[in-house]
Design a protein around this ligand. Structure first.
Ligand code: NAD
Length: 489
């Protein structure tokens, strides 16, 4: 039986109403009573929010000129203040994010904000270098671009605004944001936080700017504005393509569909728990999160047992097909008239219990993940769902595992993970999949510095190659040459 879009909407609305949420993404469970106006928060006017993109760019340009005249030490004072305020307001930001978007989990969003505060590099990331030789001295310094235009997603809205702001300001830029329309209040609250931090340090009133009502049109004004020297886009394939076609220098952080392989040398107890921890972090919203598993046939049963113990509910193949008809909907392209499957935005980032209820299964909050054994061709394997639904495909050999995992990643070169003690297997998969992030024997979030070494980012630029972006990604190299002098040897 085919389920129509209208039927899907009805099911989703009914289930969300029962769970105390609305289809507008508002939750009565989380952040209740919060006002998610895009220009004010509990009656306080947010700083740096504009009706017109041209005005926002003008304000960000003023911000840039103000940062330019600051010493590096002053910039670092400002960044320290931003970090402190993120820690103090992480709970508000997390609640606001869940309440406004209806996606994710407050405790995980809070942890993501603390991660941004603690592990986003500041000015120490900007390193100049000198080259000396018979012909004198050449100095290379990392200079700001000027005003950066940043497009941010709904999945990590304030995390991305804050992480981008720290890096871009550390590099000496001003920033204008065109945030996701579904997360404007949360994103604008983050913009306001940066401006409040700036004012508290005696800086200009506005350092970063945003829109009351960001739209595709305002994004396009930003993309073509002569004062925007760098575009940084964090989002799905559509928006990355749009900024890369703008004719400007652009950093694109796009979609992924991270596979995870578990072979028969892995510590299965650890692998099962790590995979569920990673997959369910913020209800699978992070682009790095485990999206499909390829498990060796001889350990698959044990792995599934561990996953169930770790808070998963296993559905049958028929139930997986039923759920697929709800979480993926058929849409018709208005221009071409062609139909295609796309994720139902109303199911993205929802709790496992909410999704299970859509197919008539009632579980308690201890269930955090839905697992299903599927074929490789199943839409759960092939689509970046961003929901706590994890398909498991049995494989017989490492060759088959790698072949299928590479295909499921769809050439995004984003993230892939593996649980194994076989160095040869680990190396072969890492080489074949060519992803920006490859995590071995840990939850996926170790790849962004959460329980793993290294700095964090919420803008993982695979398509354009900057990788785990940081302040230096938002700089341009400038060279200054002194011929035949200034050497001291
Ligand atoms: P999305 O693609 O729906 O939206 C991202 C932003 O782009 C929004 O601000 C949106 O309004 C804007 N936008 C969309 N199309 C546009 C166009 N043609 N021109 C200008 N602006 C446009 O993203 P989302 O659903 O909020 O986020 C989820 C997607 O983003 C997933 O695919 C996820 O993998 C990806 N993502 C990637 C990273 C990364 O670091 N690589 C981080 C977070 C999210």
């Amino acid at each position: 039986m085919e389920v129509t879009q209208q039927q899907v909407e009805k099911i989703v609305t009914a289930v969300l109403a029962q769970m105390g949420r609305t289809t507008a993404g508002q939750s009565t469970a989380a952040g209740s009573g919060k006002n998610w106006d895009s220009v004010q928060y509990h009656g306080r006017k947010l700083i740096g929010i504009f009706d017109d993109m041209n005005d926002a760019i003008a304000a960000a340009k003023k911000g840039y000129l103000a940062v330019r005249s600051m010493s590096v030490e002053q910039r670092e004072v400002l960044i320290t203040k931003i970090r402190q305020m993120i820690r103090e307001e992480a709970q508000i930001l997390a609640e606001l994010g869940v309440a406004e978007t209806g996606m994710g989990r407050v405790e995980h969003k809070k942890a993501k904000h603390i991660l941004v505060a603690d592990k986003t590099p500041g000015t120490e990331d900007i390193i100049s270098y000198a080259k000396t030789g018979d012909n004198g001295l050449t100095l290379v310094e990392m200079a700001p671009f000027g005003v950066v235009g940043a497009i941010t997603p709904s999945t990590n809205p304030s995390e991305t605004v804050l992480c981008n702001s720290i890096g871009m300001i550390a590099a000496g830029n001003g920033v204008v944001f065109n945030p996701h329309p579904g997360a404007i209040a949360t994103s604008n609250y983050a913009v306001d936080l940066v401006n409040r931090a700036c004012q508290a340090c005696g800086g200009p009133e506005i350092l970063v700017a945003s829109m009351v009502k960001p739209t595709m049109e305002s994004a396009s004004v930003m993309e073509s504005h002569p004062d925007i020297r760098l575009l940084v886009c964090t989002g799905g394939p559509g928006v990355v393509k749009a900024v890369l076609s703008s004719g400007k220098k652009a950093i694109g952080a796009g979609a992924g569909n991270p596979p995870v392989i578990v072979d028969d040398t892995a510590d299965i107890q650890k692998a099962g728990k790590d995979i569920i921890d990673g997959c369910t972090f913020d209800n699978n919203l992070p682009c790095i999160a485990e999206k499909e598993v390829f498990a060796f046939r001889n350990i698959a049963d044990e792995l599934i047992r561990v996953m169930i113990k770790a808070g998963s509910y296993k559905i049958t193949k028929a139930q997986a097909d039923e759920l697929a008809k709800i979480v993926l909907v058929e849409v018709t392209d208005k221009k071409t008239g062609k139909t295609k499957k796309q994720i139902n935005r109303k199911c993205v980032g929802r709790d496992a219990a909410v999704l299970l209820k859509m197919i008539g299964i009632n579980v308690g909050p201890e269930i955090r993940c839905i697992i299903a054994e599927t074929d490789f061709d199943h839409p759960f394997v092939q689509t970046e769902l961003m929901m706590p639904i994890l398909p498991i495909v049995r494989v017989d050999t490492i060759e088959e595992a790698i072949d299928l995992a590479v295909k499921a990643e769809h050439g995004c070169r984003h993230s892939a993970h593996m649980h194994s003690k076989n160095i040869d297997h680990l190396t072969r998969f890492a080489q074949a999949v060519e992803t920006t992030i490859f995590v071995k024997n840990a939850p996926s979030y170790a790849g962004i510095g959460f329980g793993g070494e290294g700095h964090t980012t919420f803008t993982i630029a695979g398509p354009t190659g900057e990788g785990i972006t940081s302040a230096r990604s938002y700089t341009r190299q400038r060279r200054c040459v002194m011929a035949d002098s200034f050497r001291i040897i």
